[in-house]
Ligand binder design. Structure first.
Ligand SMILES: NC(=O)c1ccc[n+]([C@@H]2O[C@H](COP(=O)([O-])OP(=O)(O)OC[C@H]3O[C@@H](n4cnc5c(N)ncnc54)[C@H](OP(=O)(O)O)[C@@H]3O)[C@@H](O)[C@H]2O)c1
Length: 237
């Protein structure tokens, strides 16, 4: 089960929280168990993008490398159609060793056209739930109804494809739906040293009847060398 192409983590005493943060995902890989990990790059005031949708880059280099390490450790990375429209991401592993995960887009209304970078052939699988009629050769389409999909259903579709360790990379809407359903095992919140003050909130969940009902995950905090910091939350492990 050990993947020789997986990235190595930084060493040293100060990185022990970082190693703990990766623990549940590494354990799941070792034991062949499913694991859903979410990530968000946030400003100090909890925004993931400006009002106009700009999110590059809230974080510095270290957090970006961290994100690429997570990508290298999962079978698949999921984004919603909104993120592909706003960022046109590649979702490849470029800042560390390791292989590219399968790229998965949730696009029940077929919003993403054939020119998006996410469809470019790099050897990794490209999968769309829904999807436009005209997409490049090699993009695998999973037929879904046009309405909302439950996280359970999305996870089930990917498990059918042999994809069990999954990074939900964003955006807020996509990750929020997974969290609201209790479908996230770990959540890595990467805080950049910037205050945006308006724009897209990182997490929006259904209103709570009482503060007692708020999730209080176990957390590990790591400060990167460039001053950005990670709050790694564990929910189900
Ligand atoms: N800072 C970060 O870490 C980070 C990461 C990613 C994105 N972003 C930013 O976040 C913004 C985009 O986020 P967003 O929340 O607007 O959009 P999003 O989560 O990327 O995409 C949302 C859309 O994807 C489809 N979708 C997702 N989950 C679904 C489900 N369970 N069932 C059915 N459809 C589903 C829906 O498409 P339809 O509307 O067609 O139904 C939904 O409106 C951009 O500005 C981007 O730059 C920031």
């Amino acid at each position: 089960m050990i993947d020789e192409t997986a990235p190595t983590l930084p060493v040293g005493e100060s990185s022990s929280a970082l190693h703990r943060a990766f623990g549940p995902l590494l354990e799941a890989r070792r034991k062949g168990r499913p694991h859903i990990i979410g990530q968000l790059g946030l400003s100090l005031d909890g925004r993931i993008a400006t009002e106009s949708g700009e999110s590059r880059y809230i974080n510095g280099t270290e957090a970006l490398h961290h994100l690429h390490r997570i990508r290298a450790l999962v079978d698949a990375v999921i984004v919603g159609a909104g993120t592909v429209e706003a960022d046109d991401p590649q979702l490849t592993v470029r800042h560390c060793d390791g292989r590219d995960p399968a790229r998965v887009v949730i696009d029940p209304n077929g919003r993403i056209g054939r020119g998006a970078k996410i469809w470019s052939a790099s050897g990794a699988r490209r999968i769309v739930l829904g999807g436009a009629a005209d997409l490049p050769d090699g993009v695998e389409k999973i037929a879904v109804p046009k309405g909302p999909l439950t996280a359970k259903r999305i996870i089930g579709h990917l498990a059918d494809q042999g994809l069990h360790r999954v990074l939900v990379e964003g955006g807020a809407d996509t990750l929020g739906r997974f969290l609201a359903e209790g479908a996230v095992d770990s959540l890595h919140l990467l805080y950049g040293r910037v205050i945006i003050g308006s724009g897209k909130a990182g997490l929006t969940l259904p209103p709570l009847a009482s503060l007692d009902d708020a999730p209080r995950p176990h957390t590990d905090t790591h400060v990167f060398d460039d001053g950005d910091f990670l709050v790694a939350c564990r929910f189900n492990t």
